[in-house]
Design a protein around this ligand. Structure first.
Ligand code: NAP
Length: 381
């Protein structure tokens, strides 16, 4: 088995932590001996054992001479778990505590370095213990897998994904606000997969009023993400699903700082909904950059799926906060409907935000287009 193949399995295992490990990264690990995998592990839930520890603990066979393959550099710090480097090095210790080069894990293959400065340095520690370390096998895939973790760790901000079902002429709803359903079942299922992957789904007041959405991943398995609603004046009726259903504890309503001390805010809080104040800009709208800083810092939210509507997506585009965009393009024409970036305009072509196609594929009868901003430095699939 090659390092490339073993890393492929580790990447598969890492996906098992989807929706459960945030704000930690998704990590998978395999131990290879005599050309075959003898143990597997993955980081399963926040605060739980790290992938390497799982694999080491489940390695029933002798580890002497084995290679440990892991998607992320093993950590060196005491967090919720002891350092993984210690556990790997411990496989080489004789009874008297000295290191035996022939014993235990002899090679470690790492997909990507840990961007967290307090957890890094694992590669150097392992090398000092006489272990051969290879770094960067399938690195782009590992970076892509943990793009939420990398962004949050390095900037304190969540990774922001925009998503919309659009007509051929770029509308997300008819002029009357009808949007159910522009896209087909397969596109909605894929949108639900995205909901299951992210920490939070964000929508504007207009979308809640028009669609009364649930915002959970109902068509796939997964937990309910935090639901973030932008409602500057706290004008949404309490009967809306996000404010009244059994998941209302997962809802964060964002309002202006002026509206924070209000009877309405108290009422929402009494009902279990979180209400937060966000500064407003000159246009009277809630500041998206300030909101993202708060979500990253106070709520440890590493990823946000912005589902609309058009005005919210337009603000996100104008502020340059979108890290990724998913457009489900349906073969339908709506004419003068609500635009995907409603109200967004550029004075000159030179000022138009440019994207590049990351993936283009069919999604039932629709096209599924994934785009990244042209200046993006994120890892790729
Ligand atoms: N096809 C799709 O994928 C899809 C997805 C979602 C929605 N939709 C459709 O989109 C339509 C709603 O879109 P919309 O543009 O009318 O409304 P929207 O974008 O959902 O909500 C806009 C409202 O959010 C509030 N808001 C607060 N801070 C904001 C900020 N920084 N930026 C933007 N808005 C902010 C404002 O209302 P306040 O001032 O009252 O706070 C604003 O009017 C509906 O017809 C819905 O069906 C389609």
């Amino acid at each position: 088995m090659t390092d490339y193949e073993a890393m492929g399995r580790a990447l598969e295992l890492a996906l098992r932590g989807t929706g459960k490990v945030s704000p930690n990264p998704r990590v998978g690990c395999v131990i290879v001996r005599d050309g075959r995998i003898v143990a597997e592990g993955w980081h399963d839930h926040y605060g739980g054992l790290h992938a390497e520890m799982h694999a080491l603990q489940s390695a029933r066979e002798q580890l002497d001479g084995a290679t440990l393959v892991v998607t992320l550099e093993p950590c060196t710090h005491y967090g919720k778990q002891p350092p993984c480097t210690d556990a790997i090095i411990a496989t080489k210790r004789r009874d008297d505590g000295t290191l035996d080069p022939e014993r235990g894990i002899r090679r470690v293959v790492v997909g990507m370095r840990d961007p967290n400065p307090t957890a890094g340095g694992g590669v150097e520690q392992l090398r000092q213990a006489g272990i051969e370390v290879v770094v960067g096998v399938r690195e782009r895939e590992c970076q892509w897998l943990n793009r939420f973790f990398v962004k949050h760790t390095t900037s304190g901000l969540p990774y922001v994904i925009g998503k919309a079902a659009i007509s051929l002429d770029g509308c997300i709803a008819t002029a009357q606000g009808q949007s159910k359903w522009i896209s087909g079942d397969e596109s909605r299922r894929r949108a639900h997969i995205l909901r299951a992957e992210v920490d939070a789904v964000l929508v504007g007041r207009g979308t809640v009023e028009c669609d009364d959405p649930h915002l959970g991943p109902r068509m796939v398995r997964g937990r309910m993400p935090r639901r973030i609603v932008l409602d500057t004046h706290l004008s949404l009726p309490q009967t809306m699903r996000v404010l009244s259903d059994e998941h209302r504890m997962r809802t964060i309503v964002c309002t202006s700082l002026e509206n924070l001390p209000s009877h309405r805010a108290d009422q929402l809080r009494r009902n279990g909904v979180t209400v937060v104040g966000v500064p407003t800009g000159d246009d009277g709208l809630l500041s998206i950059p300030a909101l993202l800083r708060m979500l990253g810092k106070d709520f440890a939210i590493t990823s946000v799926l912005v589902e609309g509507g058009g005005r919210v997506l337009a603000r996100c585009l104008a502020e340059g906060v979108l890290d990724e965009l998913h457009a489900f393009v349906a073969p339908i024409v709506l004419g003068s409907g609500v635009r995907i970036f409603e109200g967004f305009a550029v004075g000159a072509l030179d000022h138009a935000p440019r994207w590049r196609f990351h993936a283009i594929g069919r999604s039932g009868d629709d096209a599924h287009v994934v785009l990244l901003p042209q200046q993006s430095s994120q890892g790729e699939r």
